[in-house]
Design a binder for this molecule. Structure first.
Ligand SMILES: NC(=O)c1ccc[n+]([C@@H]2O[C@H](COP(=O)([O-])OP(=O)(O)OC[C@H]3O[C@@H](n4cnc5c(N)ncnc54)[C@H](O)[C@@H]3O)[C@@H](O)[C@H]2O)c1
Length: 395
């Protein structure tokens, strides 16, 4: 639960885009005590966000997670506007509009012309580079990525992403602001997928590969990762929950932006689901069938098979986390925090690597690399070095 600040703060936060993310971020900022202004080009989206906020606040009061007084304060502090001129006094503006570079750039240029020189301009983009958005602005040093997870009021993690052009003071101010909202912030580099959406790719990609090879079916792979890994949802359940349209597009975008790095290569299996509009829960069918009378398949609960599936997927996840550390995306602690707080992994991957033994993880990867001869299985050089030097990530 976000902290609730009874006291109204003097700083005013602007949110552009009243969709799923914008509405959620607005609620977080208003709960922290700010006056919040929400803008959308679509009046229906604005009206919907307003109704949805009132209904959420009512539920929180009923569940005694908010007092009536606090709910009223949040509601009064959140204002909805269809006029960008109203945003001129904001101290920070977070953009959460359509994921389109040109549209975002156009908005940032417009915003820049009306706000004060020290107003932070942030983007909640999942897949675009912050540098490319900032490049449209005259004062690109005040543009930064502030990446919330869905649903923003519930998910604790926020990635703070300075572009190469972002000023250090802006980065520190943005981090301080979001920390004050009760969120767990991690500072990361402006690279595709940032930390979470990059590292998590292996959870889906390797699981699909295991299925494609005929090693196990969806239900068995899901069972293996929940049973031996303690993941709350198996990869296929999770992809169906996220939506195969969104999940496939994120994978495709990360792969393209990494200059077609084989580790991120999308699968034909998911592409076909995407093409067939088998998006998952929201469309009634994905990897599983969600029709009312549909029977969920039973997993093959074979311990040897289950453990070998888990060992392979966890080795790939750890390799990606180690590579993120090697390329200095973030610190050991922040990479682990990102995966536990951003996607609810049961443990940080680098801590997990220590527990499993770095040499064991390396052997799994080396065996896969030797057997398949594919680049996707090559172990990160940092993992090799650490094994050689008998080091661990913690201690
Ligand atoms: N949905 C997620 O899980 C998630 C998670 C993290 C980040 N994001 C990112 O957040 C952003 C918003 O995603 P969303 O899921 O909330 O989208 P959404 O489609 O729910 O909402 C986007 C809103 O932006 C409005 N909009 C479009 N163009 C606009 C413009 N020029 N000016 C003002 N408003 C405009 C639309 O009318 C819509 O209401 C995207 O950049 C997305 O990548 C999404």
């Amino acid at each position: 639960m976000p902290t609730t600040n009874n006291q109204q703060l003097t700083t005013s936060i602007g949110i552009i885009g009243a969709g799923a993310m914008g509405a959620g971020i607005a609620q977080v900022a208003a709960t922290a005590g700010h006056t919040v202004l929400v803008y959308d080009t679509n009046q229906t989206a604005l009206d919907k966000a307003k109704v949805s906020l009132e209904s959420t606040l009512k539920k929180l009061v009923e569940k005694q997670k908010l007092t009536e007084e606090n709910a009223k304060g949040i509601s009064t502090r959140t204002q909805f506007s269809s006029n960008l001129n109203d945003f001129k006094n904001c101290t920070a503006i977070i953009e959460a509009i359509v994921e389109n570079l040109e549209v975002k750039q156009k908005l940032f240029v417009e915003l820049e012309s009306m706000v004060s020189a020290d107003c932070i301009l942030a983007s909640n983009t999942s897949s675009l580079s912050i540098a490319s958005i900032a490049s449209a602005c005259k004062k690109s040093d005040r543009v930064i990525g502030i990446h919330f997870f869905n649903p923003a009021p519930i998910m604790p993690l926020v990635e703070i992403i300075p572009a190469i052009t972002t000023g250090e003071i802006i980065t520190q101010s943005a981090k301080k602001l979001i920390d004050a909202w009760g969120k767990t912030t991690v500072l990361t580099k402006d690279t595709p997928g940032f930390i979470v959406n990059r590292v998590a790719r292996s959870y889906y990609g390797e699981s699909i590969r295991i299925y494609e090879e005929g090693m196990a079916d969806f239900a068995t792979i899901d069972w293996a990762l929940k049973t031996y890994g303690g993941f709350k949802m198996g990869p296929f359940e999770l992809m169906d929950f996220i939506g195969n349209d969104i999940n496939f597009k994120v994978t495709e975008s990360v792969w393209e932006q990494f200059f077609y790095e084989p580790r991120f290569k999308p699968s034909l299996t998911q592409k076909r689901l995407y093409e067939a509009k088998l998006f998952g829960r929201k469309s009634g069918r994905g990897y599983y069938n969600y029709a009312e009378n549909a029977v969920m398949p039973n997993p093959t609960q074979d311990e040897v098979l289950g453990k070998s599936i888990f060992n392979r997927v966890i080795a790939m996840l750890i390799n990606e986390a180690v590579d993120s550390l090697y390329l200095q995306l973030a610190s050991v602690q922040d990479i682990d925090l990102a995966m536990t707080k951003g996607v609810n992994y049961p443990k940080g991957l680098l801590k997990w690597a220590d527990e499993l033994g770095l040499a064991t993880v390396l052997t799994t990867l080396e065996n896969l690399y030797a057997e398949y001869g594919e680049d996707r299985y090559r172990p990160c050089v940092l993992l090799k070095r650490m094994v050689k030097e008998k080091k661990s990530f913690y201690n």
